[in-house]
Design a protein around this ligand. Sequence first.
Ligand code: ARG
Length: 461
Amino acid sequence: MAQLWGGRFTKETDKLVYNFNASISYDKRFYRQDIEGSAAHVRMLAKQGILTEQEAEDIDRALQEILADVESGRLEITEEYEDIHSFVEANLIERLGDTGKKLHTGRSRNDQVALDMRLYTRGCLVETDARLKELLTVLLRLMKEHTKTIMPGFTHLQKAQPITLAHHMGAYFEMFKRDRMRLHDIYERMNYCPLGSGALAGTTYPLDREYTAELMHFYGPTANSMDGVSDRDYLIEFLAALSIIMMHLSRFSEEIIIWNSNEYRFVEIDDAYSTGSSIMPQKKNPDIAELVRGKTGRVYGALLSLLTAMKGLPLAYNKDMQEDKELSFDAMDTVGDCITLFTGMLDTIVFHKEAMRKSANNGFTNATDAADYLVKHGVPFRDAHGIIGQIVLKCIEKNIAIDDMSIEELKSFSPVFEEDVFDAISMETCVNTRCTVGAPSEQAMEQEIAAAEAYLKEQAT
Ligand code: ARG
Protein backbone atom coordinates (compact mmCIF):
# COMPACT_ATOMS: atom_id res chain seq x y z
CA MET A 1 0.00 0.00 0.00
CA ALA A 2 1.68 3.22 -1.15
CA GLN A 3 -0.03 6.15 0.53
CA LEU A 4 0.43 9.90 0.39
CA TRP A 5 -0.60 10.35 4.01
CA GLY A 6 -0.18 8.50 7.32
CA GLY A 7 1.78 10.88 9.54
CA ARG A 8 -1.06 11.31 11.98
CA PHE A 9 -2.07 7.65 11.93
CA THR A 10 -0.90 5.06 14.44
CA LYS A 11 -2.43 2.01 12.76
CA GLU A 12 -2.33 0.52 9.28
CA THR A 13 -5.49 0.97 7.24
CA ASP A 14 -7.67 -2.12 7.26
CA LYS A 15 -7.19 -3.95 3.94
CA LEU A 16 -10.89 -3.91 3.11
CA VAL A 17 -11.09 -0.20 3.92
CA TYR A 18 -8.08 0.47 1.75
CA ASN A 19 -9.61 -1.37 -1.18
CA PHE A 20 -13.00 0.26 -0.70
CA ASN A 21 -11.37 3.67 -0.69
CA ALA A 22 -8.95 3.15 -3.57
CA SER A 23 -9.73 4.49 -7.02
CA ILE A 24 -6.65 3.42 -8.98
CA SER A 25 -8.50 0.65 -10.84
CA TYR A 26 -10.44 3.29 -12.74
CA ASP A 27 -8.69 6.65 -12.33
CA LYS A 28 -5.56 5.17 -13.91
CA ARG A 29 -7.16 5.98 -17.23
CA PHE A 30 -6.34 9.67 -16.77
CA TYR A 31 -2.62 9.25 -16.07
CA ARG A 32 -1.90 11.50 -19.05
CA GLN A 33 -4.06 14.31 -17.71
CA ASP A 34 -2.57 13.90 -14.23
CA ILE A 35 0.94 14.26 -15.62
CA GLU A 36 -0.05 17.19 -17.84
CA GLY A 37 -1.53 18.98 -14.81
CA SER A 38 1.52 18.27 -12.68
CA ALA A 39 3.88 19.52 -15.39
CA ALA A 40 1.92 22.77 -15.70
CA HIS A 41 1.89 23.13 -11.92
CA VAL A 42 5.69 22.86 -11.57
CA ARG A 43 6.32 25.23 -14.44
CA MET A 44 4.17 27.76 -12.66
CA LEU A 45 5.88 27.08 -9.30
CA ALA A 46 9.25 27.85 -10.92
CA LYS A 47 7.96 30.98 -12.63
CA GLN A 48 6.74 32.20 -9.25
CA GLY A 49 10.04 31.40 -7.56
CA ILE A 50 8.45 28.73 -5.35
CA LEU A 51 10.68 26.06 -6.90
CA THR A 52 14.04 26.68 -8.57
CA GLU A 53 14.26 26.42 -12.36
CA GLN A 54 16.48 23.39 -11.91
CA GLU A 55 13.99 21.62 -9.65
CA ALA A 56 11.14 22.31 -12.06
CA GLU A 57 13.18 21.09 -14.99
CA ASP A 58 14.12 17.88 -13.19
CA ILE A 59 10.54 17.23 -12.17
CA ASP A 60 9.24 17.96 -15.64
CA ARG A 61 11.76 15.64 -17.24
CA ALA A 62 10.98 12.83 -14.79
CA LEU A 63 7.24 13.33 -15.38
CA GLN A 64 7.75 13.01 -19.14
CA GLU A 65 9.80 9.87 -18.57
CA ILE A 66 7.06 8.36 -16.41
CA LEU A 67 4.59 9.19 -19.17
CA ALA A 68 6.76 7.58 -21.84
CA ASP A 69 7.33 4.50 -19.65
CA VAL A 70 3.61 4.05 -19.02
CA GLU A 71 2.77 4.50 -22.72
CA SER A 72 5.41 2.00 -23.81
CA GLY A 73 4.34 -0.54 -21.19
CA ARG A 74 7.68 -0.42 -19.34
CA LEU A 75 5.93 0.96 -16.27
CA GLU A 76 2.70 -0.63 -15.18
CA ILE A 77 0.07 1.20 -13.16
CA THR A 78 -0.63 -1.37 -10.44
CA GLU A 79 -3.16 -1.45 -7.65
CA GLU A 80 -0.54 -1.09 -4.95
CA TYR A 81 -1.22 2.65 -5.21
CA GLU A 82 -4.35 4.28 -3.84
CA ASP A 83 -5.01 6.44 -6.87
CA ILE A 84 -3.32 7.78 -10.00
CA HIS A 85 -2.04 10.85 -8.12
CA SER A 86 -0.19 8.62 -5.63
CA PHE A 87 1.19 6.51 -8.44
CA VAL A 88 2.68 9.47 -10.28
CA GLU A 89 4.08 11.11 -7.16
CA ALA A 90 5.56 7.88 -5.79
CA ASN A 91 7.28 7.20 -9.09
CA LEU A 92 8.57 10.73 -9.22
CA ILE A 93 10.06 10.45 -5.73
CA GLU A 94 11.59 7.12 -6.64
CA ARG A 95 13.33 8.77 -9.59
CA LEU A 96 14.24 12.13 -8.05
CA GLY A 97 14.35 11.65 -4.30
CA ASP A 98 13.75 14.86 -2.32
CA THR A 99 13.12 17.02 -5.39
CA GLY A 100 10.18 14.77 -6.28
CA LYS A 101 8.67 15.48 -2.89
CA LYS A 102 8.26 19.13 -3.87
CA LEU A 103 5.76 18.49 -6.67
CA HIS A 104 2.71 18.72 -4.43
CA THR A 105 3.65 22.17 -3.06
CA GLY A 106 0.57 24.42 -3.06
CA ARG A 107 -1.72 21.71 -4.34
CA SER A 108 -4.29 19.28 -2.94
CA ARG A 109 -5.61 16.09 -4.46
CA ASN A 110 -8.96 17.86 -4.40
CA ASP A 111 -8.00 20.46 -6.99
CA GLN A 112 -5.81 17.89 -8.72
CA VAL A 113 -8.64 15.43 -9.30
CA ALA A 114 -10.99 18.27 -10.22
CA LEU A 115 -8.49 19.25 -12.92
CA ASP A 116 -7.82 15.69 -14.14
CA MET A 117 -11.51 14.91 -14.51
CA ARG A 118 -12.15 18.17 -16.30
CA LEU A 119 -9.27 17.64 -18.71
CA TYR A 120 -10.38 14.08 -19.41
CA THR A 121 -13.99 15.12 -19.95
CA ARG A 122 -12.96 17.99 -22.20
CA GLY A 123 -10.97 15.59 -24.38
CA CYS A 124 -13.85 13.16 -24.56
CA LEU A 125 -16.26 15.97 -25.43
CA VAL A 126 -14.09 17.04 -28.37
CA GLU A 127 -13.82 13.44 -29.53
CA THR A 128 -17.58 12.89 -29.27
CA ASP A 129 -18.09 16.00 -31.36
CA ALA A 130 -15.77 14.64 -34.06
CA ARG A 131 -17.66 11.33 -34.12
CA LEU A 132 -20.96 13.17 -34.48
CA LYS A 133 -19.52 15.07 -37.38
CA GLU A 134 -18.73 11.80 -39.18
CA LEU A 135 -22.33 10.71 -38.67
CA LEU A 136 -23.59 14.02 -40.06
CA THR A 137 -21.38 13.58 -43.11
CA VAL A 138 -23.03 10.22 -43.87
CA LEU A 139 -26.48 11.71 -43.30
CA LEU A 140 -25.73 14.56 -45.69
CA ARG A 141 -24.65 12.10 -48.38
CA LEU A 142 -27.92 10.17 -47.97
CA MET A 143 -29.90 13.41 -48.10
CA LYS A 144 -28.22 14.33 -51.39
CA GLU A 145 -28.77 10.89 -52.91
CA HIS A 146 -32.39 10.44 -51.97
CA THR A 147 -34.37 13.60 -52.73
CA LYS A 148 -36.49 11.51 -55.13
CA THR A 149 -36.69 8.33 -53.04
CA ILE A 150 -40.32 8.24 -51.98
CA MET A 151 -41.32 6.49 -48.79
CA PRO A 152 -44.22 6.64 -46.38
CA GLY A 153 -43.97 9.08 -43.49
CA PHE A 154 -45.56 7.76 -40.29
CA THR A 155 -47.49 9.02 -37.30
CA HIS A 156 -48.47 6.49 -34.61
CA LEU A 157 -46.36 4.09 -36.74
CA GLN A 158 -49.24 4.20 -39.24
CA LYS A 159 -48.61 5.38 -42.76
CA ALA A 160 -49.50 9.07 -42.90
CA GLN A 161 -48.23 11.05 -45.90
CA PRO A 162 -45.52 10.42 -48.48
CA ILE A 163 -42.11 11.91 -47.81
CA THR A 164 -38.65 11.19 -49.19
CA LEU A 165 -35.74 9.37 -47.63
CA ALA A 166 -33.79 12.62 -47.90
CA HIS A 167 -36.41 14.33 -45.75
CA HIS A 168 -36.33 11.54 -43.19
CA MET A 169 -32.51 11.64 -42.99
CA GLY A 170 -32.72 15.42 -42.74
CA ALA A 171 -34.70 15.08 -39.50
CA TYR A 172 -31.83 13.12 -37.95
CA PHE A 173 -29.32 15.61 -39.33
CA GLU A 174 -31.04 18.32 -37.30
CA MET A 175 -31.09 16.17 -34.16
CA PHE A 176 -27.38 15.35 -34.26
CA LYS A 177 -26.54 18.90 -35.21
CA ARG A 178 -28.28 20.11 -32.06
CA ASP A 179 -26.30 17.51 -30.11
CA ARG A 180 -23.10 19.10 -31.36
CA MET A 181 -24.36 22.55 -30.43
CA ARG A 182 -25.09 21.28 -26.92
CA LEU A 183 -21.50 20.00 -26.67
CA HIS A 184 -20.16 23.38 -27.79
CA ASP A 185 -22.26 25.15 -25.15
CA ILE A 186 -20.97 22.83 -22.43
CA TYR A 187 -17.39 23.37 -23.59
CA GLU A 188 -17.81 27.12 -23.27
CA ARG A 189 -19.04 26.83 -19.69
CA MET A 190 -16.63 24.13 -18.49
CA ASN A 191 -13.36 25.38 -19.93
CA TYR A 192 -12.05 27.00 -16.72
CA CYS A 193 -9.22 25.59 -14.66
CA PRO A 194 -9.78 24.50 -11.03
CA LEU A 195 -6.05 23.98 -10.31
CA GLY A 196 -4.94 26.30 -7.53
CA SER A 197 -8.18 25.93 -5.59
CA GLY A 198 -6.19 23.84 -3.10
CA ALA A 199 -8.14 21.64 -0.73
CA LEU A 200 -10.95 24.20 -0.72
CA ALA A 201 -9.58 27.59 0.33
CA GLY A 202 -6.78 28.28 -2.14
CA THR A 203 -3.21 28.36 -0.81
CA THR A 204 -0.83 30.78 0.88
CA TYR A 205 1.72 30.33 -1.93
CA PRO A 206 1.68 33.06 -4.58
CA LEU A 207 0.35 30.77 -7.34
CA ASP A 208 -0.31 32.22 -10.78
CA ARG A 209 -3.56 30.51 -11.65
CA GLU A 210 -3.96 32.44 -14.88
CA TYR A 211 -0.69 30.99 -16.08
CA THR A 212 -1.51 27.31 -15.38
CA ALA A 213 -4.94 27.81 -16.95
CA GLU A 214 -3.30 29.19 -20.06
CA LEU A 215 -0.73 26.37 -20.22
CA MET A 216 -3.58 23.86 -20.39
CA HIS A 217 -5.66 25.87 -22.88
CA PHE A 218 -8.39 26.90 -20.45
CA TYR A 219 -10.09 30.26 -20.84
CA GLY A 220 -8.96 31.13 -17.31
CA PRO A 221 -9.06 29.93 -13.69
CA THR A 222 -12.33 29.07 -11.92
CA ALA A 223 -13.54 32.05 -9.90
CA ASN A 224 -14.18 30.51 -6.48
CA SER A 225 -11.93 27.88 -4.89
CA MET A 226 -14.74 26.09 -3.01
CA ASP A 227 -16.71 25.79 -6.23
CA GLY A 228 -13.52 24.86 -8.09
CA VAL A 229 -13.03 21.66 -6.10
CA SER A 230 -16.65 20.65 -5.71
CA ASP A 231 -18.19 21.49 -9.08
CA ARG A 232 -19.20 18.52 -11.22
CA ASP A 233 -21.93 20.40 -13.12
CA TYR A 234 -19.99 20.16 -16.35
CA LEU A 235 -19.92 16.38 -16.05
CA ILE A 236 -23.63 16.20 -15.33
CA GLU A 237 -24.27 18.43 -18.34
CA PHE A 238 -22.05 16.25 -20.48
CA LEU A 239 -23.83 13.07 -19.33
CA ALA A 240 -27.13 14.78 -20.12
CA ALA A 241 -25.88 15.61 -23.61
CA LEU A 242 -24.66 12.02 -24.04
CA SER A 243 -28.06 10.77 -22.88
CA ILE A 244 -29.79 12.89 -25.51
CA ILE A 245 -27.40 11.60 -28.18
CA MET A 246 -28.31 8.05 -27.13
CA MET A 247 -32.00 8.89 -27.19
CA HIS A 248 -31.57 10.05 -30.79
CA LEU A 249 -29.50 7.02 -31.76
CA SER A 250 -32.04 4.77 -30.08
CA ARG A 251 -34.95 6.23 -32.03
CA PHE A 252 -32.98 5.87 -35.24
CA SER A 253 -32.04 2.28 -34.30
CA GLU A 254 -35.67 1.44 -33.69
CA GLU A 255 -36.55 2.69 -37.17
CA ILE A 256 -33.73 0.68 -38.75
CA ILE A 257 -34.94 -2.42 -36.89
CA ILE A 258 -38.47 -1.87 -38.19
CA TRP A 259 -37.28 -1.10 -41.73
CA ASN A 260 -35.12 -4.23 -41.65
CA SER A 261 -37.99 -6.49 -40.52
CA ASN A 262 -39.43 -9.10 -42.88
CA GLU A 263 -42.65 -7.12 -43.17
CA TYR A 264 -41.03 -3.85 -44.25
CA ARG A 265 -37.85 -4.79 -46.08
CA PHE A 266 -37.03 -1.11 -46.64
CA VAL A 267 -33.36 -1.74 -45.90
CA GLU A 268 -30.71 -4.40 -46.01
CA ILE A 269 -28.05 -4.09 -43.32
CA ASP A 270 -24.60 -4.94 -44.60
CA ASP A 271 -23.33 -8.41 -43.65
CA ALA A 272 -20.45 -6.82 -41.77
CA TYR A 273 -22.95 -5.11 -39.46
CA SER A 274 -25.38 -7.98 -38.88
CA THR A 275 -25.23 -11.29 -37.09
CA GLY A 276 -26.79 -14.71 -37.60
CA SER A 277 -28.62 -17.15 -35.39
CA SER A 278 -27.05 -20.31 -33.97
CA ILE A 279 -30.20 -22.30 -34.73
CA MET A 280 -32.17 -20.53 -37.46
CA PRO A 281 -30.11 -20.50 -40.66
CA GLN A 282 -32.30 -17.92 -42.40
CA LYS A 283 -31.67 -15.21 -39.78
CA LYS A 284 -29.76 -12.01 -40.32
CA ASN A 285 -30.30 -9.89 -37.25
CA PRO A 286 -29.90 -6.13 -36.71
CA ASP A 287 -27.87 -6.63 -33.53
CA ILE A 288 -25.91 -3.38 -33.77
CA ALA A 289 -29.08 -1.31 -33.87
CA GLU A 290 -30.56 -3.36 -31.03
CA LEU A 291 -27.44 -2.96 -28.90
CA VAL A 292 -27.34 0.78 -29.48
CA ARG A 293 -30.99 0.95 -28.43
CA GLY A 294 -30.27 -1.25 -25.42
CA LYS A 295 -27.16 0.59 -24.26
CA THR A 296 -29.12 3.83 -24.00
CA GLY A 297 -30.27 2.67 -20.55
CA ARG A 298 -26.81 2.55 -19.01
CA VAL A 299 -25.99 6.05 -20.24
CA TYR A 300 -29.19 7.42 -18.66
CA GLY A 301 -28.15 5.43 -15.58
CA ALA A 302 -24.84 7.28 -15.35
CA LEU A 303 -26.62 10.65 -15.48
CA LEU A 304 -29.12 9.71 -12.78
CA SER A 305 -26.43 8.16 -10.65
CA LEU A 306 -24.23 11.27 -10.64
CA LEU A 307 -27.16 13.61 -10.08
CA THR A 308 -28.06 11.50 -7.07
CA ALA A 309 -24.48 11.28 -5.78
CA MET A 310 -24.13 15.08 -5.88
CA LYS A 311 -27.50 15.78 -4.32
CA GLY A 312 -27.23 17.08 -0.77
CA LEU A 313 -23.41 17.24 -0.68
CA PRO A 314 -22.23 20.03 1.59
CA LEU A 315 -19.37 22.18 0.30
CA ALA A 316 -16.65 21.55 -0.52
CA TYR A 317 -14.99 18.20 -1.43
CA ASN A 318 -16.54 14.96 -0.16
CA LYS A 319 -15.39 11.45 -1.01
CA ASP A 320 -18.82 10.78 -2.54
CA MET A 321 -17.48 12.68 -5.51
CA GLN A 322 -15.07 9.87 -6.32
CA GLU A 323 -18.21 8.12 -7.57
CA ASP A 324 -18.27 10.53 -10.52
CA LYS A 325 -15.84 8.36 -12.44
CA GLU A 326 -16.74 4.74 -13.14
CA LEU A 327 -20.20 5.24 -14.60
CA SER A 328 -19.14 8.41 -16.44
CA PHE A 329 -16.26 6.56 -18.08
CA ASP A 330 -18.60 3.74 -19.00
CA ALA A 331 -21.05 6.22 -20.52
CA MET A 332 -18.28 8.00 -22.47
CA ASP A 333 -16.94 4.70 -23.86
CA THR A 334 -20.42 3.46 -24.67
CA VAL A 335 -21.51 6.57 -26.54
CA GLY A 336 -18.25 6.74 -28.50
CA ASP A 337 -18.66 3.14 -29.65
CA CYS A 338 -22.36 3.58 -30.40
CA ILE A 339 -21.88 6.66 -32.60
CA THR A 340 -19.04 5.06 -34.54
CA LEU A 341 -20.72 1.69 -35.05
CA PHE A 342 -24.02 3.28 -35.96
CA THR A 343 -22.25 5.52 -38.48
CA GLY A 344 -20.58 2.50 -40.09
CA MET A 345 -23.86 0.63 -40.25
CA LEU A 346 -25.68 3.60 -41.81
CA ASP A 347 -22.89 4.22 -44.29
CA THR A 348 -23.14 0.66 -45.65
CA ILE A 349 -26.88 0.07 -45.46
CA VAL A 350 -28.75 -0.58 -48.70
CA PHE A 351 -32.12 1.13 -49.13
CA HIS A 352 -34.70 -0.79 -51.16
CA LYS A 353 -36.28 2.11 -53.00
CA GLU A 354 -38.95 0.00 -54.70
CA ALA A 355 -40.20 -1.47 -51.41
CA MET A 356 -40.37 2.01 -49.89
CA ARG A 357 -42.25 3.42 -52.81
CA LYS A 358 -44.68 0.51 -52.91
CA SER A 359 -45.33 0.91 -49.22
CA ALA A 360 -46.10 4.62 -49.72
CA ASN A 361 -48.45 3.78 -52.63
CA ASN A 362 -50.34 1.13 -50.71
CA GLY A 363 -50.95 2.99 -47.53
CA PHE A 364 -53.45 5.69 -48.58
CA THR A 365 -50.70 8.21 -47.91
CA ASN A 366 -52.31 10.43 -50.59
CA ALA A 367 -55.72 10.55 -48.88
CA THR A 368 -55.10 14.08 -47.56
CA ASP A 369 -54.16 15.21 -51.06
CA ALA A 370 -57.27 13.57 -52.53
CA ALA A 371 -59.38 15.53 -50.02
CA ASP A 372 -57.49 18.71 -50.94
CA TYR A 373 -58.29 18.02 -54.62
CA LEU A 374 -62.00 18.12 -53.79
CA VAL A 375 -61.55 21.27 -51.72
CA LYS A 376 -59.84 22.97 -54.67
CA HIS A 377 -62.93 22.10 -56.69
CA GLY A 378 -65.31 23.76 -54.23
CA VAL A 379 -66.17 20.94 -51.80
CA PRO A 380 -66.00 22.09 -48.13
CA PHE A 381 -63.08 20.34 -46.36
CA ARG A 382 -65.25 18.48 -43.82
CA ASP A 383 -67.36 16.98 -46.64
CA ALA A 384 -64.25 16.16 -48.66
CA HIS A 385 -62.79 14.36 -45.64
CA GLY A 386 -65.97 12.24 -45.42
CA ILE A 387 -66.02 11.42 -49.15
CA ILE A 388 -62.37 10.29 -49.17
CA GLY A 389 -63.03 8.27 -46.02
CA GLN A 390 -65.75 6.35 -47.87
CA ILE A 391 -63.44 5.83 -50.86
CA VAL A 392 -60.70 4.48 -48.55
CA LEU A 393 -63.18 2.07 -46.98
CA LYS A 394 -64.13 0.80 -50.45
CA CYS A 395 -60.47 0.47 -51.43
CA ILE A 396 -59.70 -1.57 -48.30
CA GLU A 397 -62.58 -3.86 -49.21
CA LYS A 398 -61.17 -4.32 -52.72
CA ASN A 399 -57.54 -4.31 -51.54
CA ILE A 400 -56.52 -1.49 -53.93
CA ALA A 401 -55.09 2.04 -53.70
CA ILE A 402 -57.13 5.20 -54.38
CA ASP A 403 -55.23 5.67 -57.66
CA ASP A 404 -56.32 2.17 -58.78
CA MET A 405 -59.96 3.21 -58.98
CA SER A 406 -61.37 4.14 -62.35
CA ILE A 407 -62.56 7.70 -62.88
CA GLU A 408 -66.13 6.40 -63.13
CA GLU A 409 -65.88 4.75 -59.75
CA LEU A 410 -64.44 7.93 -58.23
CA LYS A 411 -67.22 9.99 -59.79
CA SER A 412 -69.79 7.78 -58.07
CA PHE A 413 -68.47 9.22 -54.77
CA SER A 414 -68.25 12.81 -56.01
CA PRO A 415 -69.06 14.25 -59.41
CA VAL A 416 -66.23 16.80 -59.23
CA PHE A 417 -63.53 14.18 -59.86
CA GLU A 418 -61.91 14.48 -63.32
CA GLU A 419 -59.02 12.66 -65.06
CA ASP A 420 -56.53 15.15 -63.61
CA VAL A 421 -57.10 13.70 -60.13
CA PHE A 422 -54.63 10.90 -60.85
CA ASP A 423 -51.86 13.38 -61.43
CA ALA A 424 -52.95 15.44 -58.43
CA ILE A 425 -52.65 12.50 -56.04
CA SER A 426 -49.55 10.82 -57.49
CA MET A 427 -46.76 10.28 -54.96
CA GLU A 428 -44.55 12.78 -56.83
CA THR A 429 -47.22 15.47 -56.69
CA CYS A 430 -47.93 14.80 -53.02
CA VAL A 431 -44.26 15.26 -52.16
CA ASN A 432 -43.36 18.07 -54.52
CA THR A 433 -46.31 20.31 -53.74
CA ARG A 434 -45.11 20.40 -50.15
CA CYS A 435 -42.58 23.14 -50.67
CA THR A 436 -42.74 25.30 -47.57
CA VAL A 437 -39.52 25.66 -45.62
CA GLY A 438 -38.61 22.32 -44.03
CA ALA A 439 -41.08 20.30 -46.14
CA PRO A 440 -40.15 17.23 -48.24
CA SER A 441 -40.40 18.62 -51.82
CA GLU A 442 -37.23 18.42 -53.87
CA GLN A 443 -37.10 22.19 -54.00
CA ALA A 444 -37.38 22.62 -50.22
CA MET A 445 -34.92 19.79 -49.66
CA GLU A 446 -32.34 21.43 -51.92
CA GLN A 447 -32.40 24.42 -49.58
CA GLU A 448 -32.19 22.21 -46.50
CA ILE A 449 -29.26 20.33 -48.04
CA ALA A 450 -27.44 23.54 -48.95
CA ALA A 451 -27.79 24.76 -45.36
CA ALA A 452 -26.59 21.41 -43.99
CA GLU A 453 -23.62 21.46 -46.33
CA ALA A 454 -22.70 25.02 -45.35
CA TYR A 455 -22.95 24.08 -41.67
CA LEU A 456 -20.58 21.13 -42.07
CA LYS A 457 -18.11 23.21 -44.09
CA GLU A 458 -18.13 25.95 -41.50
CA GLN A 459 -17.43 23.37 -38.80
CA ALA A 460 -14.44 22.05 -40.72
CA THR A 461 -12.29 24.99 -39.71
N1 ARG B 1 -9.68 9.65 -5.68
C1 ARG B 1 -10.20 10.88 -5.23
C2 ARG B 1 -11.39 11.28 -6.11
O1 ARG B 1 -11.56 10.72 -7.12
C3 ARG B 1 -9.14 11.92 -5.33
C4 ARG B 1 -9.31 13.06 -4.37
C5 ARG B 1 -9.00 12.61 -3.01
N2 ARG B 1 -9.09 13.65 -2.07
C6 ARG B 1 -9.20 13.39 -0.79
N3 ARG B 1 -9.28 14.39 -0.02
N4 ARG B 1 -9.26 12.18 -0.36
O2 ARG B 1 -12.20 12.11 -5.75
